[in-house]
Design a protein around this ligand. Sequence first.
Ligand code: TRP
Ligand code: SF4
Length: 428
Amino acid sequence: MKDGILDPWGSAQIEDYTRLLSQFGMQPFSEILGKVPQPHRLMRRNVIFGHRDYERIVNAMLKKEDFAVMSGFMPSGKAHFGNKMVMEEIIWHQHSGGMAFVAIADMEAHSVRGTPWEKCTETGIEEYILNIIALGLKEENSVIYFQSKSMAVRNLAFELGIESNLSELKGIYGFSGETSASHILSVLVQTADILHPELEEFGGPKPVIVPVGPDQDPHLRLTRDLAMRTRLFALEDRGSLIRIRSRKDPELLKPLSEHFEAFKLYEGHLDVFNLTYSEVDEITREFEVENGGTGFILPSSTYHRFMTGLTGGKMSSSNPESYIALNEDPEEGYRKIMRAKTGGRVTEEEQKKLGGVPEDCSVYEMLLFHLIEDDSRVAEIYEECRGGRRLCGRCKKETAEILKEFLKDLAEKREAARENLKNYNIIM
Ligand code: TRP
Ligand code: SF4
């Protein structure tokens, strides 16, 4: 709710999220929503509230240029409806023309959570891979991989480690002298997850969108920094000219200059005239890749609101009552909704008089985030609840019913996915 205006897409925490945006220099998603072709439900409803450089992805979609979507899942516990948001975002971008990369973060789970390798494999398949396929990931234009089995990712992590150091990682993650070296390595592996779709073997530099929760933003900031540090050149728009600075080897400026018509060559930089920034950027990037540089484009990201727990507090994997798993038995899912904390009043009478508080209701949240596709129907439920014309008992039953059907259907699709698994490109 902002400034007391009632908003079906609002939540009690929305102000905290707005603060988060300005604090870390992310952009509000609402500013770009109007440019997104057929935006996803989570975008339309302000569940995706922030982004970095999403214009780049919108442009690629509109011009039908190459781009990739990538995100990762730790195979240390059950996949739940919070993970479903990321899965849907990957799928939506894939269906919008992107190449999809799905990481099963077994190195992270093994080093940070102590999950044994066999467990990582089993959980990776049963909880994450089968569900993302059941939800609609197509076999063409997709790569699903376990971190530990991707040589491209492991090698790139090593390479990116050269551009970082312990003081920087301590500053970002609060690592101490006691932090295990493999935990530190797992952070570099995640930066490699994000950047490896831009390697030559996957078609070279391209915009990459990384849908995540805001807790993952430190990884994105680090990845963007490391990507920049691998570049051979840095560009600067000076209005009347584009200045290209050499970051590694000034000797390369001369052969690069031969790709331009109007330029002036100096000791450590090159000034280019009569071309736009993006024209110079493209020529420079191509030259860079041919000369052993990465040419990495900084990854874009989107941030979605967290789901609150069914029990009221945070959704936590250590409290099964607080979430619904994607592999949940449909009847158990039904029961969890019936037991969930709502934004209802103490008595029916009071509810009719004062109305409920959907912003504080985990049942409404399930409807808003997941269970109803039609925006006007969600807005209607919001109004009914607010106006005291909707009572929690019936509302929960209705929601539980929809959820039960959803879980049944998903279970069937998982079994179909299992049959079809061999047609997917899975590195495991
Ligand atoms: N660290 C992420 C998590 O805890 C998982 C992850 C691994 C990831 N690699 C990634 C997320 C790459 C986004 C991009 O959930
Ligand atoms: Fe939540 Fe429905 Fe009760 Fe409103 S009526 S508070 S949406 S359970």
